[in-house]
Write a protein that binds this ligand. Structure first.
Ligand SMILES: NC(=O)c1ccc[n+]([C@@H]2O[C@H](COP(=O)([O-])OP(=O)(O)OC[C@H]3O[C@@H](n4cnc5c(N)ncnc54)[C@H](OP(=O)(O)O)[C@@H]3O)[C@@H](O)[C@H]2O)c1
Length: 330
């Protein structure tokens, strides 16, 4: 099958299919229904077959096992894939996973581990996962620029960075992509972030473009979430907020039935309509869903439908719990 079925865009010079695949949920986090490594690998293979080139993972996913899984899946197919991975949420100086550390020494250790697990000698897009308040961004980007010069990484990305940090980082070395949450129910990037990225020529990678699955309409009650499901403590999935947010799903459903598309496809098509510098990375560990999500590339929303989606009922609840909110937008 042709490898160019999905439209491509560039993220600060890096060519990617404009719909990618987030691999995080292949290693836990969201636990509705069973998955398996076999199905996850089949999902990655199916994505590549459908023309997806952009696969997103991170050192902290698992931790470590998600990169290993992606590495296993892309074996023998390296040239078809743009691998994006992230460092900075594992401290290799002893503190371990969950500790923010973007010091140059930590990045040096992290990159070698990621390369090994991914089974490659270069990473296409290497992101800082969260800004480290203890390391000046100039020092972090400085070592990343060295890694570019050494051929270990091709492009540099930031995730959940604030606008000042992005400006400072970009003066040290061009930043290719900024990754943060953006979707029908998380519109914050529109105010300041997107205009800045456009000013600087930085691409935008929306994570959780399906609202962690909520916007697909498949999650109808908080009881569906097992105790170890990450969403169990997310304010939008808890208490009254959950019930209130179901209204958003109903509103998306109206547009979906008008277009003959699924809710997930409408959520993705709306994101794609926001600009040709935007490349969402919907996450799934299932073949059928990667087929569904990828087909959103061909869903056209009318001006009236886009307008309707622009005016959905705002989400009830912050997009992260307190702990996670405290480490974003710095
Ligand atoms: N930079 C960051 O800090 C950050 C944070 C979060 C995520 N990310 C990245 O962004 C990627 C995507 O975000 P995400 O996984 O949090 O959220 P998402 O893409 O909004 O939603 C993923 C969830 O939706 C379900 N799903 C996917 N397609 C579906 C469909 N067509 N119908 C019904 N349900 C569907 C998935 O379940 P199944 O897996 O069971 O199919 C999974 O539970 C991640 O994989 C990760 O690579 C980055």
């Amino acid at each position: 099958m042709s490898n160019n079925i999905i439209k491509h865009i560039t993220l600060g010079g890096l060519d990617v299919s404009r719909i990618g695949l987030g691999a995080m949920s292949m290693s836990g986090y969201y636990n509705i229904g069973a998955g398996s490594d076999t199905e996850s690998i089949r999902t990655i293979h199916r994505a590549l077959e459908l023309g997806v080139t952009h696969i997103d993972t991170a050192e902290i996913y698992g931790p470590f096992s998600n990169e290993e899984l992606v590495g296993q899946a892309i074996k023998g197919r390296r040239d078809q894939v743009v691998i994006a991975t992230k460092f900075g949420l594992v401290s290799h100086a002893g503190a371990g996973p969950g500790v923010i550390d973007s010091s140059p020494a930590n990045i040096r250790v992290a990159v070698e581990g990621s390369l090994k697990r991914l089974g490659t000698d270069y990473i296409d897009l290497y992101y800082q996962h969260r800004v480290d308040p203890n390391t000046p961004i100039e020092d972090t980007v400085g070592v990343l620029a060295d890694l570019v010069a050494e051929g270990k990484i091709r492009y540099i990305g930031l995730s959940e960075a604030g606008t000042e940090t992005i400006r400072r980082a970009h003066t040290v070395h061009p930043i290719a992509a900024l990754q943060t949450e953006y979707s029908l129910w998380s519109r914050d990037p529109e105010a300041e972030l997107l205009p800045l990225l456009r000013e600087l020529g930085i691409g935008f990678v929306p994570y959780s473009p399906l609202g962690h699955g909520f916007l697909t309409g498949e999650i109808k009650s908080p009881e569906q979430l097992s105790d170890d499901d990450w969403r169990k403590t997310n304010p939008r999935f808890t208490g009254e907020n959950f019930q209130r947010n179901l209204r958003i799903v109903d509103e998306v459903k109206v547009v979906a039935s008008q277009t003959g598309a699924t809710l997930a496809q409408v959520a993705l098509a709306w994101l794609l309509a926001q600009g040709d510098d935007i490349a969402p990375i919907p996450g799934t560990k299932r073949v059928a869903r990667v087929e569904e999500n990828t087909a959103a590339d061909r869903v056209q929303l009318s001006t009236a439908q886009l307008e309707r989606l622009n005016n959905l009922t705002p989400a009830a609840g912050e997009r992260h719990d307190e702990g996670n909110m405290s480490v974003i937008d710095r």
